[in-house]
Write a new protein. Structure first.
Length: 348
C-alpha cells in the first residue's frame, strides 16, 4: 500500500491560486502531516515494538506459540515503519526520495515495502488461527500448536510472500530518475495487494474470532451449569478450569484488540487505492490529503500494538511491571555497589 509520489500517480502538485504560486490548503496540510506527524509514528513504533519484544521474550512468555507469533509481528512492525514510512518522511522533510538513488534501490525498496506490510498481516492471521485451534480443539492443539510448527509457518509465510511480491523486482521501472510501476501493474497490482493485505487476512481473522468467541461463551455457560452441581470435593478441578478459561479469555482479548485495530487502520487505505483510478478527475490536492491520512492511519497500526497488549493483556502488563521493577532493582544495586567501592577506596 504505497502507491506514492514518484511511484504512480503524483498527487503532490501545486494548485494555482490568486497569485499562481501558493499550494492549496489540502496539499499544505498533507505536507505538514508527513513532515511532523510521521516521525512521531516512526519513533512510537520503534519504542513500542522494542518494548513488546522485550516483554514477549521473557521466560514466562516465550513458551507460548501465541507469544512467539506476536514477537515476530513486533519485528515486522519495526520493518514496516522503517521502510515505507521512513521513506515518505525523508521525501517530504528533506525533498529526497531514496527510491531515486538507482534502479536497484528502487526495486528493492518497493519490494520490501509491500512485503513487510503483507508479512505483518499474515503473521496476525497465523496467530489468530493458532488461538482458534487452541480454544476450539484443545486436545489437537498439543499436536498442531507447537513451537516447531510455528517456526515452520513463519518460514512458509515469508517464502510465499517473497514469491507473490517477487514480480515487483521486474515490473517496477526506473526511468529518468522516477521509480514507478509499468502499465499492467498500475492497473492490476492495487487489487492484488488489497486482497493480500486486507481482504483475505481480515476475512480469515473474522471467521476465527467468531469461532473463538462462540467457543468461550459456550465454555462459560457450561462452567456456570457445572458450578451449580459441583461438590466441595471438586473445588480443585473447578479452580484449574477457571484459570484455563481466564488465560484463553485474556489472549482472546489481546487478539481481538489487535484484529480490530488492523481493520480500522488498514481498510481506509485499501479502499483509497482501489477507488483512486475511478476518481482521476477529482481535485489532486484533496486526493493527496486523503491518501496522506489513510496511509498514516495504516502505519499507526504498526506502532500501537504495545498499547493494545497493555490494555487488553493482564499477563503482558504483569510481565512489563516485573521487567521494569527488576531493572530498577538492578540499577539500585549497581549504584549501591559503586558507592561502597568508592567508600572502601577512600577509607583505605
Amino acid at each position: 500500500m504505497d502507491n506514492s509520489e514518484g511511484f504512480g500517480a503524483d498527487w503532490k502538485v501545486s494548485n494555482k491560486t490568486d497569485n499562481g504560486l501558493a499550494k492549496s490548503i489540502d496539499t499544505y496540510y498533507a505536507d505538514l502531516l508527513w513532515i511532523y506527524f510521521s516521525p512521531c509514528v516512526i519513533l512510537l513504533g520503534m519504542i513500542s515494538s522494542t518494548l513488546s519484544i522485550s516483554v514477549l521474550l521473557r521466560r514466562t512468555m516465550r513458551r507460548s506459540t501465541t507469544m512467539f507469533y506476536l514477537t515476530v509481528l513486533s519485528f515486522g512492525d519495526i520493518l514496516v515503519v522503517n521502510t515505507g514510512l521512513l521513506r515518505r518522511w525523508i521525501r517530504y522533510a528533506f525533498e529526497t526520495d531514496i527510491r531515486t538513488f538507482g534502479p536497484l534501490n528502487c526495486k528493492i525498496h518497493v519490494f520490501m515495502t509491500y512485503f513487510s506490510l503483507q508479512f505483518t498481516a499474515w503473521i496476525l492471521v497465523a496467530v489468530t488461527i493458532d488461538r482458534c485451534i487452541s480454544v476450539k480443539f484443545p486436545l489437537r492443539a498439543v499436536y498442531y500448536c507447537t513451537m516447531r510448527r510455528s517456526r515452520f509457518v513463519v518460514v512458509l509465510v515469508t517464502f510465499l510472500l517473497i514469491m507473490l511480491n517477487g514480480h515487483l523486482l521486474f515490473t517496477t521501472d526506473f526511468q529518468e530518475g522516477i521509480c514507478q510501476f509499468n502499465s499492467f501493474s498500475m492497473i492490476a497490482w492495487p487489487f492484488m495487494d488489497f486482497a493480500l493485505y486486507c481482504f483475505f487476512p481480515f476475512s480469515i481473522m473474522l471467521i476465527c474470532n467468531v469461532i473463538i468467541i462462540r467457543t468461550i461463551v459456550k465454555s462459560f455457560k457450561r462452567f456456570a451449569t457445572i458450578k451449580e452441581k459441583t461438590s466441595p470435593n471438586n473445588l480443585t478441578n473447578e479452580a484449574n478450569s477457571r484459570r484455563q478459561r481466564n488465560r484463553n479469555s485474556n489472549m482472546t482479548a489481546m487478539l481481538l484488540s489487535v484484529n480490530i485495530s488492523f481493520l480500522v487502520c488498514t481498510l481506509p487505505v485499501s479502499v483509497y487505492y482501489i477507488c483512486e483510478s475511478f476518481f482521476m478527475d477529482a481535485d489532486p490536492s484533496l486526493m493527496n490529503l486523503l491518501e496522506t491520512i489513510s496511509s498514516l492511519l495504516m502505519y499507526m497500526n504498526n506502532a500501537i500494538s504495545f498499547f493494545l497488549y497493555c490494555l487488553s493483556g493482564t499477563k503482558f502488563r504483569r510481565e512489563l511491571f516485573k521487567m521494569f521493577k527488576r531493572t530498577t532493582k538492578e540499577k539500585t544495586r549497581a549504584r549501591n555497589y559503586s558507592i561502597e567501592s568508592i567508600s572502601s577506596i577512600v577509607d583505605s
